[in-house]
Design a protein around this ligand. Structure first.
Ligand code: ADP
Ligand code: MG
Length: 891
C-alpha cells in the first residue's frame, strides 16, 4: 500500500479499519456511497468495470486511487465481487453524521465471502451454497469434513478415512458438494498444498480461507458446539463419536458467527454425513457421467440433473441435486422412496394438485435464514405470507397419500396457520424493500401506529381548515398555507394585503410580491405532522424488527415445513419425470445381478425425436456375464451403452424410476468409470497418467458389489502397450477376489475378444453396424459376439475425409495387415507366465492362441507339393496336419 505522508483523519480511520481486514475488499461507507481506496479500488474497478478515480490525500503528488458504488445499488456490485472469489468487508457509519463530533464512527458490520453469502442475487436458488472446513488431526489419516449452507442453515458433518498419500479419497468427498469456500488450518498450509492444488483444479474459483490452528482443536470445538446448540452432548445429533468432524463443524460455526456479526441460530443441528452409507462415486466418475453438469462448458443443461429436475420449488431442486449426488445403498430406504414415487406416479390428480400448490411457494428455507440473520425485508415476509397460504391444502393432499414416507413427511409438516395470521395482519401489502421508508406495517396492527397514520393522513384536511380559518380572521381572501423544506409550513400573504396581517404573525421571508409568515399554531401543527412522520418511520421499523424476532423464534417449525416441502417436491418431480418420459419402476434387491431390458440413455434420448433412440439390453451377473467386452466401430454407440447402464443404476438407487422397460438392480456399492475421451487437462497431468491413476484406483478399490465402466482404456500410449494394459486390467477385474467385478469394457482393441476364450466370466458383445455398399450404417444395437472390424476408414469417409485419401488409407491398411502377424501367424497377447484364474479347460477356438510354435507343421506344409495332390491325398494331408497339432498340444 502506498504510504501517505500526511493523511486526513478520514484516511487514518480508513487505514485503521482496513488493517483489520487485510484480505478483504473494504466497502467504506461515505454518505450515499461505498468507497474503495488503494489496491482495493484498483481490483474492484477492474472486476466491476467502474471508473477508477483518485482523491487527494493532502498534497497533490500523492493522489490515492479510489472508486465507489452507490449504496442503494450495492448488492449487484457485491454479487459480482463475490462471484469473482473476493471477500468484502462492509463498513458502515455507526453514528448519525449530524450528531458526530469530528469524524463519523465507522465499523465493519459484515464480511461477505463466497461461502457465507445469503443474498439471493449471488446465490443460485437451485443449488446449495456450501462453505466447507477440512480438519486433519496430526496422526490418524482421518479427515474431518463439515459443510454448512448459511443460506439454509444446513450443517453436515462427516469423517473420511484416507490413507492414500495424495488425499484422493477426501478430495472426492470434498468436491462432491462443490463448496464455494474452504476453511483450512493455517498450520497445515504446506502439508495441504498439493491437495489445495488438486481442489482448485476441480473447483475453479473456490476460495480458501486460512484459520488459526486453535480453532481446529477438538476439545475447544466440542465446547463451542455445546454452547452453540445449547446441549451437553452431541450424541443427540448422532455425532458423539466424531472428533475431527466436530472440529471442522466448529471451525465453520465460529467463522460464520464472526463474519455475519449476527446470531446464527438458524444452524440448529448437526447432520451426520455417513459418507460410506451412500453409493460411492468418485469425482472423475461424477464428471464423466455428467451428473450435475456437462463435461464441456460445465453447464447444468444437458446433465442428468437437468433431465430429472421437474421440481417446483428451490428447496425441492436443491434436495434433488443433493440426492443425485448421494444415491442410497440401503435397500429399505430405496424401496421406501420408490414406493412414494410410485404412489405419486399412479395418482396423477394428487400429484398435479401438489405441484400446483408447490409452484406458489417461495424459498421458505432461505427466507427463514434471512429472518434468523436479521437481513430480511418486508418483501421477504410477504413472500413468506404468500407461501404459507398454500400449506393447509398441502396437508389435506398429504393425508390422501398412502405409504410410510408420506406419514413421516406429514408428521414433520406444520401448516403454520398462526404465522399466516400474524403476517396477514402485520405486513403492509405493498411493503417496500427498504426498512426505513415506512409502509411496512399494516393499519390495524398497532394502535399507536394507527394514530400516527391518522395524523399524517388528516394533515392535509387540517391545513385546509386552518387556511380557511386564517382567511376569515385576517380578512385576506387570497392567503395561502404552503410548505418548503427550509421553513416548513408558512402563511403567504401578497404584498397588496400586507396591511391586513395580524400582529401575531411572525415574518420569515420576503419575496418579490409576497411575504411569508408563521404562527405558533401553525408551528404546533407542523410539529405534530412532521413528528408523526418521523415517529411513524421509527415505530414501523421497530415493529418490523419485533415481528422478525417473533418469527425467528418459530424458525424450527418453519424449517421443518420447508424440508417437508422439499421432500414432497422431490418425490413429485421423480414421478412427473417418470410419467413424461416412460420410465419404469426398477426392481431393487441385494443380488449380484444388473439386468436391464430396453434401456435408454436418459439425456441422449431427449435430444432425439421420440422413438429414434435404440434401446438396449444389458445383463451382468457374477457368473458367465461378469465382464462384458463391447467392441464396435467408433460412433456405434459403445460409450452410450456404458453410460446409460451406470446412470440407470444410479437413478434406481436414488429412488427414481428408470428409462428402461424392465430393470433389476442388485444394489451397487460404488460406481467407477474410466472414460477415455475428454480428459482433464486442468489437472496438469498427461492424459495417460490420469487414465492410469484412475485405473489404479479402480483396481485397488472395486469390490464384487461395484460397477465398473471402462471406456477405451490404454488409448493414451502405443498400441501394444495399451492393448496389453487393457488385457491385463480386464483379466484382473474378471478374477478379482475370486468373484470378479461387474464391468462393462468398451474397446477398439478387437484383440480383446479372445479374452473370452480363457475367462469364464468374460463375454463378448458388439454394437451392430450394417455394411452398405462401401459405407456402413449404425444400428446402435448391442448384440452377442465380438466384432473384429473397426470400420475406421468407413467412419472417416462418413465424416467427409476426401475420397482419394480414403483410398490411400485402404491401401496402407492392406500393407499393414499383411505384416501384422509374425511369420508363424501368431498373436502374442494371450501368452502368460502363470496359470490363469477361471481359465476354461477346453474350447475349440482356443488352439490357435495357445499352441506352441508349429515347426513340424510348417515343415510338413513346406514339403507338400500342392499341385500334385489328388483330392484323396489332400484329405490325408489335412488329417496329418490335424494329428501333428494335437500331438503338439498334448506336449
Ligand atoms: P462410440 O462410443 O461407439 O464411439 P457413442 O456411444 O459415442 O459411440 O455414440 C455416438 C453417437 O451415436 C451418439 O452421440 C448418439 O448420437 C448416437 N447413438 C449412440 N447410441 C445410440 C442409440 N442407442 N440410439 C440412437 N443413437 C445412438
Ligand atoms: Mg466411445
Amino acid at each position: 500500500m502506498t504510504t501517505v505522508v500526511k493523511m486526513t483523519p478520514m484516511l487514518q480511520q480508513y487505514l485503521e479499519i482496513k488493517g483489520q481486514f487485510e484480505d478483504a475488499i473494504l466497502f467504506y461507507r461515505m454518505g450515499d456511497f461505498y468507497e474503495m481506496f488503494f489496491d482495493d479500488a484498483i481490483t474492484a474497478a477492474k472486476v466491476l468495470g467502474i471508473t477508477l478515480t483518485s482523491r487527494s490525500s493532502k498534497d497533490d503528488e500523492n493522489r490515492i486511487p479510489m472508486c465507489g458504488v452507490p449504496f442503494h445499488s450495492a448488492s449487484g456490485y457485491l454479487a459480482k465481487l463475490i462471484a469473482a472469489g473476493h471477500r468484502v468487508a462492509i463498513c458502515e457509519q455507526t453514528e448519525d453524521p449530524a450528531a458526530a463530533k469530528g469524524i463519523v464512527k465507522r465499523e465493519v458490520v459484515r464480511v461477505l465471502s463466497p461461502g457465507v453469502v445469503t443474498d439471493s442475487q449471488v446465490l443460485d436458488d437451485r443449488s446449495n451454497n456450501y462453505i466447507c472446513a477440512l480438519a486433519r488431526p496430526a496422526k490418524a489419516p482421518v479427515y474431518g469434513l463439515s459443510f454448512v449452507d448459511v443460506s439454509t442453515g444446513q450443517c453436515l458433518v462427516g469423517e473420511v478415512e484416507d490413507p492414500s498419500s495424495d488425499g484422493s479419497l477426501v478430495l472426492d468427498q470434498l468436491t462432491r458438494l462443490a463448496p464455494a469456500e474452504i476453511l483450512l488450518d493455517e498450520a497445515e498450509t504446506e502439508t495441504l498444498a498439493d491437495l489445495k492444488r488438486a481442489i482448485t483444479a476441480m473447483l475453479p474459483g473456490v476460495c480458501f480461507t486460512e484459520r488459526h490452528s486453535r480453532c481446529f482443536s477438538p476439545h475447544a470445538a466440542t465446547e463451542l458446539l455445546h454452547e452453540h446448540f445449547n446441549v451437553v452432548t452431541l450424541d443427540g445429533f448422532g455425532c458423539g463419536a466424531l472428533t475431527s468432524g466436530i472440529a471442522a463443524a466448529a471451525v465453520i460455526i465460529e467463522y460464520v458467527g464472526e463474519t455475519q456479526k449476527a446470531a446464527i441460530n438458524h444452524i440448529e443441528k448437526l447432520t451426520p454425513l455417513d459418507l460410506s452409507s451412500y453409493l460411492q462415486i468418485d469425482d472423475a466418475s461424477r464428471r464423466n457421467l455428467e451428473l450435475t453438469q456437462t463435461i464441456i462448458g460445465g453447464k447444468r443443461e444437458g446433465s442428468l440433473l437437468s433431465v430429472l429436475d421437474q421440481t417446483c420449488t428451490p428447496m425441492g431442486a436443491r434436495l434433488l441435486k443433493h440426492n443425485l449426488l448421494f444415491p442410497l445403498q440401503e435397500l429399505e430406504s430405496i424401496i421406501s422412496r420408490l414406493n412414494a414415487v410410485d404412489f405419486l406416479y399412479q395418482h396423477r390428480d394428487i400429484r398435479e394438485q401438489l405441484r400446483a400448490l408447490l409452484s406458489r411457494i417461495y424459498d421458505i428455507e432461505r427466507l427463514n435464514s434471512r429472518i434468523m440473520l436479521g437481513t430480511c425485508n418486508g418483501r421477504d415476509l410477504l413472500a413468506l405470507r404468500d407461501s404459507v397460504v398454500s400449506l393447509p391444502d398441502c396437508v389435506a393432499l398429504l393425508n390422501r397419500c398412502a405409504g410410510e414416507k408420506f406419514t413421516a413427511i406429514a408428521a414433520a409438516f406444520d401448516p403454520l396457520v398462526d404465522i399466516r395470521a400474524l403476517l396477514e395482519s402485520a405486513i403492509h401489502p405493498e411493503a417496500p424493500v427498504s426498512l426505513r421508508e415506512g409502509n411496512l406495517i399494516r393499519e390495524g396492527f398497532n394502535a399507536e401506529l394507527d394514530e400516527l397514520i391518522r395524523i399524517q393522513r388528516d394533515g392535509r384536511q387540517l391545513i385546509l381548515s386552518l387556511e380557511a380559518k386564517e382567511r376569515e380572521q385576517s380578512g385576506v381572501p387570497k392567503l395561502k398555507i404552503g410548505f418548503n423544506k427550509v421553513f416548513g409550513y408558512y402563511i403567504e400573504v401578497s404584498r397588496v394585503n400586507l396591511d391586513k396581517v395580524p400582529d401575531h404573525y411572525i415574518r420569515k421571508q420576503t419575496l418579490v410580491n409576497a411575504e411569508r409568515f408563521i404562527t405558533p399554531e401553525l408551528k404546533e401543527f407542523e410539529g405534530k405532522v412532521l413528528g408523526a412522520e418521523e415517529r411513524r418511520l421509527e415505530l414501523e421499523y421497530h415493529l418490523f424488527c419485533a415481528l422478525r424476532s417473533d418469527l425467528a423464534a418459530m424458525s424450527e417449525r418453519i424449517l421443518a415445513t420447508a424440508r417437508a416441502l422439499a421432500e414432497i417436491d422431490f418425490l413429485c418431480s421423480l414421478a412427473e419425470t417418470a410419467r413424461n418420459h416412460a420410465y419404469h419402476r426398477p426392481l431393487i434387491d441385494e443380488s449380484d445381478v444388473i439386468h436391464i431390458r430396453e434401456g435408454r440413455h436418459p439425456v441422449i434420448e431427449r435430444g432425439m425425436p421420440t422413438g429414434r433412440f435404440v434401446p438396449n439390453d444389458i445383463l451382468l451377473d457374477q457368473e458367465g456375464q461378469e465382464v462384458l467386452i463391447i467392441t464396435g466401430p467408433n460412433m456405434a454407440g459403445k460409450s452410450t451403452i456404458l453410460r446409460q447402464t451406470a446412470l440407470i443404476v444410479l437413478m434406481a438407487q436414488m429412488g427414481s424410476f428408470v428409462p428402461a422397460d424392465y430393470a433389476r438392480i442388485g444394489i451397487v456399492d460404488r460406481i467407477f468409470t474410466r472414460v477415455g475421451a475428454m480428459d482433464d487437462l486442468r489437472r496438469g497431468q498427461s492424459t495417460f497418467m490420469v487414465e492410469m491413476s484412475e485405473t489404479a484406483n479402480i483396481l485397488n478399490n472395486a469390490t464384487s458389489r461395484s460397477l465398473v465402466i471402462l471406456d477405451e482404456i490404454g488409448r493414451g500410449t502405443s498400441t501394444y502397450d495399451g492393448l496389453s494394459i487393457a488385457w491385463a486390467v480386464a483379466e484382473e477385474l474378471a478374477g478379482k477376489d475370486d468373484k470378479g467385478v461387474k464391468t462393462l469394457f468398451a474397446t477398439h482393441y478387437h484383440e480383446l475378444i479372445d479374452l473370452a476364450l480363457t475367462q469364464e466370466r468374460v463375454k463378448n458383445y458388439s454394437v451392430a453396424v450394417r455394411e452398405w455398399n462401401d459405407s456402413i450404417i449404425f444400428l446402435h444395437k448391442l448384440i452377442e459376439g465380438g466384432t473384429n472390424k473397426s470400420y475406421g476408414i468407413q467412419v472417416a469417409g462418413l465424416a467427409g475425409v476426401p475420397a482419394h485419401v480414403i483410398q490411400r488409407a485402404e491401401e496402407i491398411l492392406k500393407n499393414i495387415e499383411q505384416s501384422e502377424f509374425d511369420r508363424e501367424g501368431d498373436p502374442y497377447i494371450a501368452r502368460t507366465s502363470k496359470p490363469k484364474r477361471g481359465r476354461r479347460k477346453t474350447h475349440p477356438n482356443q488352439l490357435p492362441l495357445f499352441q506352441p510354435s508349429p515347426d513340424q507343421v510348417r515343415e510338413f506344409i513346406q514339403r507338400l507339393s500342392v499341385d500334385d495332390l489328388t483330392p484323396r491325398q489332400a484329405m490325408e494331408a489335412l488329417y496329418t496336419l490335424k494329428g501333428l497339432c494335437s500331438l503338439k498340444e498334448s506336449n
